[in-house]
Design a protein. Structure first.
Length: 131
Protein backbone atom coordinates (compact mmCIF):
# COMPACT_ATOMS: atom_id res chain seq x y z
CA UNK A 1 0.00 0.00 0.00
CA UNK A 2 1.34 3.40 -0.87
CA UNK A 3 0.29 6.95 -1.50
CA UNK A 4 1.56 10.06 -3.23
CA UNK A 5 0.48 13.07 -1.22
CA UNK A 6 1.45 16.48 0.14
CA UNK A 7 2.41 16.99 3.78
CA UNK A 8 1.39 19.91 6.01
CA UNK A 9 4.45 21.89 4.79
CA UNK A 10 3.49 21.47 1.09
CA UNK A 11 6.22 18.90 0.46
CA UNK A 12 5.50 16.04 -1.92
CA UNK A 13 5.58 12.67 -0.15
CA UNK A 14 5.75 9.12 -1.46
CA UNK A 15 4.79 6.71 1.32
CA UNK A 16 4.66 2.91 1.49
CA UNK A 17 3.07 0.76 4.18
CA UNK A 18 3.15 -2.81 5.44
CA UNK A 19 -0.42 -3.18 6.67
CA UNK A 20 0.19 -6.27 8.85
CA UNK A 21 2.97 -4.58 10.87
CA UNK A 22 1.92 -0.92 10.50
CA UNK A 23 5.45 -0.29 9.14
CA UNK A 24 5.60 2.98 7.20
CA UNK A 25 8.41 4.50 5.12
CA UNK A 26 8.49 7.83 3.28
CA UNK A 27 10.41 9.86 0.73
CA UNK A 28 9.78 13.60 1.10
CA UNK A 29 10.91 16.46 -1.14
CA UNK A 30 13.34 18.76 0.68
CA UNK A 31 11.56 21.90 -0.59
CA UNK A 32 7.88 22.76 -0.69
CA UNK A 33 6.12 22.40 -4.03
CA UNK A 34 4.40 25.33 -5.76
CA UNK A 35 0.69 25.18 -5.03
CA UNK A 36 -1.98 26.57 -7.33
CA UNK A 37 -0.06 26.04 -10.59
CA UNK A 38 0.06 23.17 -13.09
CA UNK A 39 3.01 20.91 -12.32
CA UNK A 40 4.14 17.49 -13.47
CA UNK A 41 4.98 15.21 -10.54
CA UNK A 42 6.32 11.69 -10.61
CA UNK A 43 7.86 9.32 -8.12
CA UNK A 44 9.61 6.01 -8.70
CA UNK A 45 10.09 3.24 -6.19
CA UNK A 46 11.23 -0.37 -6.35
CA UNK A 47 8.73 -2.33 -4.25
CA UNK A 48 11.42 -4.89 -3.44
CA UNK A 49 13.33 -2.26 -1.43
CA UNK A 50 12.78 -2.07 2.33
CA UNK A 51 13.70 1.62 2.47
CA UNK A 52 12.96 4.62 0.29
CA UNK A 53 16.70 5.15 -0.32
CA UNK A 54 16.37 4.34 -4.05
CA UNK A 55 13.10 6.23 -4.60
CA UNK A 56 13.31 9.34 -6.80
CA UNK A 57 10.94 12.31 -6.76
CA UNK A 58 10.43 14.41 -9.91
CA UNK A 59 8.92 17.83 -10.58
CA UNK A 60 8.39 18.94 -14.17
CA UNK A 61 10.48 16.03 -15.43
CA UNK A 62 13.57 16.67 -13.30
CA UNK A 63 14.67 14.85 -10.16
CA UNK A 64 14.39 17.02 -7.05
CA UNK A 65 16.21 16.76 -3.74
CA UNK A 66 14.39 14.52 -1.29
CA UNK A 67 15.01 12.59 1.89
CA UNK A 68 14.03 9.06 2.89
CA UNK A 69 12.80 8.26 6.38
CA UNK A 70 11.19 5.56 8.48
CA UNK A 71 7.93 6.87 9.90
CA UNK A 72 6.96 3.69 11.79
CA UNK A 73 9.43 0.81 12.18
CA UNK A 74 8.47 -2.58 10.79
CA UNK A 75 8.14 -1.90 7.07
CA UNK A 76 8.83 -5.08 5.07
CA UNK A 77 7.04 -4.58 1.73
CA UNK A 78 3.69 -3.51 0.45
CA UNK A 79 1.14 -6.30 0.70
CA UNK A 80 -1.55 -7.34 -1.74
CA UNK A 81 -4.59 -6.10 0.19
CA UNK A 82 -7.71 -4.13 -0.62
CA UNK A 83 -6.24 -0.95 0.89
CA UNK A 84 -6.92 2.30 -0.97
CA UNK A 85 -4.17 3.86 -3.11
CA UNK A 86 -4.01 7.54 -2.14
CA UNK A 87 -3.25 10.11 -4.83
CA UNK A 88 -3.49 13.76 -3.84
CA UNK A 89 -4.54 13.44 -0.23
CA UNK A 90 -4.16 11.35 2.87
CA UNK A 91 -6.99 9.35 4.41
CA UNK A 92 -9.68 11.54 5.92
CA UNK A 93 -9.29 14.33 3.32
CA UNK A 94 -6.19 15.84 4.97
CA UNK A 95 -3.26 17.30 3.03
CA UNK A 96 -5.10 17.90 -0.25
CA UNK A 97 -3.36 19.05 -3.40
CA UNK A 98 -4.44 22.61 -4.14
CA UNK A 99 -6.41 22.60 -7.37
CA UNK A 100 -7.01 19.70 -9.73
CA UNK A 101 -5.29 16.44 -10.56
CA UNK A 102 -5.09 15.42 -14.20
CA UNK A 103 -3.47 12.63 -16.19
CA UNK A 104 -2.83 10.41 -13.17
CA UNK A 105 -1.07 7.20 -14.17
CA UNK A 106 0.20 4.16 -12.32
CA UNK A 107 2.73 1.94 -14.05
CA UNK A 108 3.94 -1.53 -13.16
CA UNK A 109 7.65 -0.77 -13.37
CA UNK A 110 10.18 1.61 -11.89
CA UNK A 111 10.56 4.24 -14.63
CA UNK A 112 13.92 5.73 -15.55
CA UNK A 113 14.66 9.46 -15.54
CA UNK A 114 14.54 9.54 -19.36
CA UNK A 115 11.13 7.80 -19.35
CA UNK A 116 9.79 10.35 -16.83
CA UNK A 117 11.11 13.17 -19.03
CA UNK A 118 9.49 11.65 -22.13
CA UNK A 119 6.09 11.41 -20.44
CA UNK A 120 6.38 15.04 -19.29
CA UNK A 121 7.25 16.14 -22.84
CA UNK A 122 4.33 14.12 -24.25
CA UNK A 123 1.98 15.93 -21.84
CA UNK A 124 3.44 19.27 -22.90
CA UNK A 125 2.93 18.57 -26.62
CA UNK A 126 -0.52 16.97 -26.32
CA UNK A 127 -2.01 19.59 -24.00
CA UNK A 128 -0.14 22.75 -24.95
CA UNK A 129 1.73 22.95 -21.64
CA UNK A 130 5.21 24.27 -20.99
CA UNK A 131 6.22 22.43 -17.84
Amino acid sequence: EWQLTVDADDKLALEAFTESTDGHIRRLTDAAITMGAWKFFAATYANAAVTMASAVMYQDGLAVASTASVVVAGYVATEDTAAVVGLGQTAGAANLFSGSLALVALVAKEMTASEIWSVKELCNSQFGLSL
